[in-house]
Design a protein around this ligand. Structure first.
Ligand code: SAH
Length: 231
């Protein structure tokens, strides 16, 4: 289990009790969740599907996919995140299988078992994102859908995702994101193809600081989501 940065995990552990507080540091994830959920559901038709959510955190996306009728497994290496995710199921009565596990290990144990694999806002926190993408690819069934979201790397994304979000708007704690770990869509696309996936769609996620509204659209210059298919 080497594809993990302990400092990154600790950052999330410190905040883990606030995963389900929609006004907390996790507010941006709560705010974008309906958008990404609708997108995933539209592309992959979640009802009745088996889904693996990699780096699930407290389960914001995982639980919402379960509500749409998917059989969801959520994995994360954060101890507290997994505990919080499990506790939240007691409140809502939703059903999700949560495991504290590395995606590379699960890929060895359950290859080719999921109709859908989601990996949101994780790649910019791991030392070797290509390894994560490869493991996700191994976990998908042939023809399965994969969704990756992360942050683009260019002067605008530095300004918006680091300076804007962490220093001006205080949407995220300072130090949440390391610019050097951001990935251009072309780089993520190459990782996906090298893992045997085809890139099916690329869509941007934008935030308007005036209206405070998030939307999906063609602007992939800061946050984006890539949809892939397993072959
Ligand atoms: N995917 C969720 C949470 C994103 S936050 C969402 O979009 O709502 C990033 C998550 O990645 C945190 O829960 C953190 O614990 C987890 N994480 C960080 N490094 C990891 C690693 N190497 N393997 C698995 N999870 C990791």
């Amino acid at each position: 289990m080497s594809n993990v940065d302990p400092l990154e995990l600790e950052k999330f552990n410190q905040l883990a009790h606030r995963w389900w507080d929609p006004t907390s540091e996790f507010k941006p994830l709560h705010d974008i969740n309906p958008l990404r959920l609708d997108y995933i559901d539209r592309v992959a038709a979640l009802e009745g599907k088996t889904v693996l959510d990699v780096g699930c955190g407290g389960g914001i996306l995982a639980e919402s996919m379960a509500v749409r009728g998917a059989a969801v497994t959520g994995i994360d290496l954060g101890d507290k995140a997994i505990r919080v995710a499990k506790l939240h199921l007691l409140e809502t009565g939703n059903r999700v299988e949560y495991l504290k596990a590395a995606v590379e290990d699960v890929a060895g144990e359950r290859p080719g078992s999921f109709d859908v694999v989601t990996c949101m806002e994780l790649l910019e926190h791991v030392p070797d994102p290509a390894s994560t993408v490869r493991a996700c690819a191994q976990l998908a069934k042939p023809g399965g859908h994969l969704f990756f979201s992360t942050i683009n790397r260019n002067p605008k994304s530095y300004l918006f995702a680091v300076i804007g979000a962490e220093y001006v708007l205080n949407l995220l704690p300072r130090g949440t994101h390391d610019y050097a770990k951001f990935l251009k869509p072309s780089e993520l696309g190459r990782m996906a193809r090298e893992a045997g996936l085809t890139v099916a769609d690329l869509i941007g996620m934008t935030y308007n600081p005036v209206t405070r509204i998030y939307s999906l659209g063609p602007d992939t210059s800061v946050n984006y989501l890539m949809a892939c298919r397993a072959t």
